[in-house]
Design a protein around this ligand. Structure first.
Ligand code: BDP
Length: 708
């Protein structure tokens, strides 16, 4: 990807037209780097194998999407192997289903044919071929058939009208609202290329805490201009909407979903949107959650609310994605239970074009949560999985935390509903309950930083979400290796250093922040450091003390039958495993149980010692990466080498703050000595209690939904 601001020669460098190894690289090109392959023999083999490229589409007619595939292949082959491919377009005569996103790649005797069920599928095939070349994989006698497992693969941006991003750590919003629709930042196209390269086919450019301005005619034109840029890349635009828009924009007395005037208002709004954006995807709605308006304001259900909007977009082929992240001020026994309690009675009551979007766990994107009990519990309703790519609770952009292992843990979890083998992946891909409307969404980590995501390793998470959305069966290791090779090159020393770091990082972050099932013990507002002592926020369930429940007797949230019985929301096979201390995995121990400090763990050590040692282990991991990263000096460009070195050093510092703050705080209850392996804390507890994070965009509470 080239920047509009770069001088011409640098742009050429970015496209890989120069064969030397650049010593500076700002990461702008993400994983779409087309630097010349060093191995001459391999280049010659690739050059011979790709002498002719045939794009076979259902119509054989040139389109902006075919042109995008053509451009990408040309840039990639020029850059990677220095050859000028001959690309021809033809009408396909194969068994790839028309209209579908499936593609086939066949290579023989110097001709590679990419056949797709649609033009977009051909573009996906083009990116798949390019990836093979970037990974230096053999392409002789190539036969590849591929198709996505989930139909809507989306990014959810939490970008605000004023250019800030809720929980965004990579600069300002990519969308230059003041300049749109007249001025199109070339970066929008690079964004669409990145999405298409992974097969992501939907984007919600604006925050779920929505601003009514986005539904005004002026802003709809700006959004339509974005949609025009994204369309050739197969990326459809969706919008969030504030539920009370008919009142605030339409000046109606209420927004009751059963009121005919409200129904008409939304129908008219849908017409207006589709006139500007004919392939508009539909609405993503956060309602009756964290202060957002919703149907319950009018004593109606989430189904009434969703169906109102679903009926408005249905004539145009649109869908409604209704979020299940709900909790109200009336905290009963356990916030973890609320979504299940509110939504399961509504199963079967939603229109066919509604999907309910569920976060991976029942609380809120904590570093580790058990899978959400709604998965498997609403067979008549398509359920989407929502994960967070932006690292709200995993160190923002100042820490390495590769999230594929976290998402895999959830995708592979067995809900046992209706029978064993019913994994979350199979619930959301529609396989279990035979739904065809299937959705997966990641809350984006993009911003205006040159490297897009705040640090040089964070794009691995964007990449991972896209690849898992296409195929949830891919392993974290496969994804980590692909991304590393595409981003840092195929030098085995580089690959063997970076991949293990990525794979270990999520567990390390857990260890030094919220080990053994501890959760929601972060600082107020910015969520980037420890705050286990916080107990004064206006809602009980915003306070870390609500979640860890440390006292002289022990620590942890009893969610068994003797406590909140949140476990009762899972299938009996799952519930009994987690309820029984003999079978509950250590990683969920304090999520489900309140245990004495001297509780004997599987390791033979006390719970207290294990907590302290997990915190220490987290730091030891980061220190290990600092050492291994230092061996890469000279093996990668200096710019990314130095930036990442600084990142890891900052991470070590932040990890120490977590460890010293949390262990000293919990020690005030445990009253037990720290194990000998544990390093002496740098400062007393009071120092950490007084620490205040500096002002950053990420450190400001949500604009429209103030919360901890
Ligand atoms: C929480 C975030 C908050 C979001 C909310 C949501 O802290 O900023 O608005 O999720 O998903 O994790 O709506």
């Amino acid at each position: 990807m080239t920047s509009p601001r770069l001088p011409v020669w640098l742009g050429a460098l970015a496209l890989g037209l120069f064969s030397f190894n650049a010593r500076a690289d700002d990461g702008y090109r993400l994983w779409l780097r087309y630097d010349r392959i060093a191995d001459e023999k391999l280049r010659a083999a690739y050059s011979a194998a790709t002498a002719k490229l045939v794009l076979a589409t259902p119509t054989g007619v040139d389109s902006s999407t075919v042109a995008a595939a053509h451009d990408e292949l040309t840039a990639a082959l020029r850059g990677l192997i220095g050859s000028e491919p001959t690309i021809t377009l033809t009408k396909s005569a194969t068994d790839v289903p028309p209209g579908a996103e499936a593609f086939a790649i066949q290579g023989r005797n110097g001709t590679v044919t990419i056949t797709g069920g649609s033009d977009i599928a051909v573009l996906y095939g083009a990116f798949a071929l390019v990836r093979r070349l970037q990974l230096n994989q053999p392409i002789d006698d190539l036969v590849v058939h591929d198709a996505p497992k989930i139909s809507r693969r989306m990014l959810n941006h939490w970008d605000n009208l004023n250019g800030t991003i809720e929980r965004g750590y990579a600069g300002r919003s990519l969308w230059q609202w003041d300049d749109l629709p007249g001025k199109i930042d070339p970066r929008y196209r690079d964004y669409a290329r990145a999405l298409a390269s992974l097969g992501l086919n939907g984007t919600v450019p604006i925050n779920v805490n929505s601003n009514i301005q986005f539904l005004t005619p002026g802003y709809l034109k700006k959004i339509a201009a974005l949609a025009d840029v994204f369309r050739p890349y197969g990326v459809r635009v969706f919008l969030t909407a504030r539920y009370s828009s008919p009142v605030e924009l339409g000046k109606l007395p209420n927004a009751d979903p059963l009121d005919p005037a409200v129904i008409k208002w939304w129908h008219d709004k849908a017409e207006e949107i589709y006139a500007l954006i004919p392939d508009f995807g539909g609405f993503l709605i956060k309602a009756n959650s964290e202060g957002q308006p919703g149907p319950q304001t009018y004593h109606r259900t989430h189904a009434d609310g969703a169906n109102l909007l679903a009926d408005a977009v249905a004539p145009h082929g649109g869908i409604v994605i209704w979020r299940a992240f709900v909790y109200d001020a009336d905290v009963k026994d356990d916030r973890a239970k609320q979504a299940y309690t509110e939504f399961t009675p509504l199963d079967g009551k939603f229109r066919d074009n509604v999907v309910v979007q569920v976060k991976n766990g029942p609380i809120d994107f904590m570093p580790r949560e058990p899978f959400h009990p709604l998965f498997g519990a609403m067979p008549k309703t398509p359920l989407a999985l929502e994960v967070q790519i932006t690292q709200e609770y995993n160190g923002g952009s100042s820490e390495l935390c590769f999230l594929a292992p976290m998402w895999k843990e959830v995708l592979d979890a067995d809900t046992f509903r209706p029978q064993p083998g019913s994994t979350v992946a199979r619930v959301i891909d529609g396989g279990i309950d035979h739904h065809t409307l299937t959705v997966i969404a990641g809350v984006a980590n993009t911003g205006t930083d040159r490297n897009w995501c705040g640090n040089q390793l964070a794009p691995a998470n964007w990449y991972a979400l896209g690849r898992l959305a296409w195929n949830p069966a891919l392993t974290s290791a496969q994804i980590a290796e692909e991304w590393t090779r595409q981003t840092f090159g195929n030098d085995s020393r580089v690959v063997q250093t970076i991949v293990p770091m990525l794979l270990a990082s999520r567990e390390a972050v857990l260890n030094y922040s919220m080990p053994l099932g501890l959760h929601h013990i972060m600082a107020t507002n910015h969520h980037q450091g420890p705050g286990p002592w916080v107990d004064s926020l206006s809602r009980a369930d915003w306070n870390p003390t609500y979640y860890h429940r440390a006292d002289a007797q022990g620590v942890g949230f009893d969610r068994t039958a003797t406590g909140s019985n949140a476990l009762g929301q899972y299938a009996p096979e799952v519930a009994s495993r987690w309820a029984d201390l003999a079978t509950c995995p250590d990683e969920f121990l304090l999520w489900f149980h309140h245990l004495p400090w001297d509780y004997k763990m599987r390791s033979g050590k006390t719970l207290w010692a294990e907590i302290a040692l997990h915190y220490q282990a987290g730091i030891d991991s980061v220190r290990g990466w600092e050492k291994s990263w230092s061996t890469l000096r000279g093996a990668i460009d200096d710019e990314r080498f130095i930036a990442t070195q600084k990142l890891l050093s900052r991470q070590e510092h932040e990890a120490r703050i977590w460890r010293d703050a949390c262990t000293q705080y919990f020690a005030t209850f445990a009253k037990l000595p720290l194990p000998s392996e544990y390093e002496k804390p740098e400062h007393p507890l009071d120092f950490y209690r007084k620490l205040r994070a500096p002002f950053t965009a990420a450190n400001t509470p949500s604009v429209s939904a103030p919360k901890p």
